[in-house]
Design a protein around this ligand. Structure first.
Ligand code: ATP
Ligand code: MG
Length: 328
């Protein structure tokens, strides 16, 4: 694939994503177990692609999501929330015969989380090529893929269709692998991830994911391998250690803002949504990374995966406040 200058530019058109739309219900206490009754909090709007696109909308970029919900209050909660925040929800199908997906989360004392998911058998499992809305594809200048969404062959087929169409129309693609290791044991999944990487302009892995999709044995070599196969920008998310950026010429490392973590879920999605929206609005890499890092840091200070999404003005205020804290 020929390399050109990064071109996430100011052309009109919308940022599109596709995938699971869920509610999340949280254990209220750290160390609480689902093996016995306890107090739960929620439902909160959720689903990695939904959180991503909500953050894109809050940044002020035109955007849409293709997905499925059930004909129930969990679905309505999500659709209303996304619409209110400025997402075009015309690509969300209501599946009468299914219920909206859900995720139940417990928090371990060591900071890890455990999830019980109802996604595959929920409305989100109905996503297929027939849910693709042509009007959204026509307007799309950038498509974002979440690896967590690739849980059925019908969805993978739909993703491939959208990716090929968007790229054929001159658009760009970003990819956040969000991988569970078990996914890589399925040969078709490995093939699907490789297919997506071949079309990826902006790759947004978490630190441990860099090596999973490359054959190289060090992170630096893996990043070079990804850039060599046509990825133009690699942004590695490193939690409280900030993030790193690579494009083959330029390399940047940005420290995280100091925060007290309340709930880590959604940080990566808020980070990605902000980075893609800022680049699409013509911001420099430096400014896009600053806003994206702030969006990730701010997200972990809110309980609930989508509750920390923020406008650029809110991020400006947050950066100012946190910088004052870190400078004493
Ligand atoms: P997820 O577990 O949701 O998939 P992720 O691995 O995709 O998360 P993270 O690296 O956890 O994403 O978070 C994305 C970005 O948000 C980080 O690169 C960092 O800039 C910011 N961030 C995350 N956690 C913290 C934290 N505890 N303190 C400050 N900034 C944070
Ligand atoms: Mg992630």
């Amino acid at each position: 694939m020929a390399k050109t200058e990064p071109k996430l530019d100011n052309r009109p058109g919308c940022i599109l994503t596709m995938g699971e739309i869920l509610v999340e219900i949280l254990a209220s206490e750290i160390g609480q177990s689902f093996r016995r009754a306890g107090t739960l909090i929620g439902p909160f709007a959720s689903g990695a692609p939904a959180i991503f696109i909500d953050q894109v909308a809050k940044c002020g970029s035109p955007c849409a999501i293709i997905g499925c919900v059930g004909d129930d209050d969990f679905g309505a909660l999500n659709v209303e929330r996304l619409r209110e925040d400025g997402v075009d929800v015309s690509g969300i199908s209501v599946i009468k015969a299914a219920t909206t997906g859900s995720a139940f989360v417990t928090y371990r004392k060591d900071g890890d989380r455990d999830f019980i998911y109802n996604i595959t058998n929920s409305a989100s499992g109905h996503l297929s090529v027939s849910e693709i809305r042509e009007h959204l594809l026509k307007d799309c200048r950038h498509f974002h893929v979440m690896g967590s969404s690739l849980f059925s062959f019908r969805i993978i087929e739909a993703m491939k269709r959208v990716i090929e169409t968007v790229k054929a129309n001159g658009g760009t693609v970003s990819f956040d692998p969000n991988i569970r290791k078990e996914m890589l044991r399925i040969p078709e999944m490995r093939e699907a991830l490789d297919f997506i990487l071949d079309y990826t302009d902006v790759f947004l892995p978490s630190g441990h994911e860099v090596m999973l999709l490359a054959s190289a044995s060090t992170e630096k070599a893996a990043i070079d391998e990804l850039l060599g196969r046509g990825v133009r920008e690699v942004v590695v998310k490193r939690g409280k250690d900030g993030c790193s950026y690579y494009d083959g010429k330029d390399e940047r490392h940005v420290h995280a803002l100091p925060v007290t973590e309340v709930d880590p879920t959604g940080a990566g999605d808020c980070f990605g949504g902000t980075y893609i929206a800022c680049r699409a609005q013509g911001f420099t890499v430096e400014r896009a990374l600053e806003y994206a890092g702030a969006a990730g840091a701010r997200a972990v200070t809110y309980r609930g995966p989508m509750e920390g999404t923020a406008t650029l003005a809110e991020l400006d205020a947050f950066i100012k406040e946190r910088s004052e804290v870190s400078h004493g």
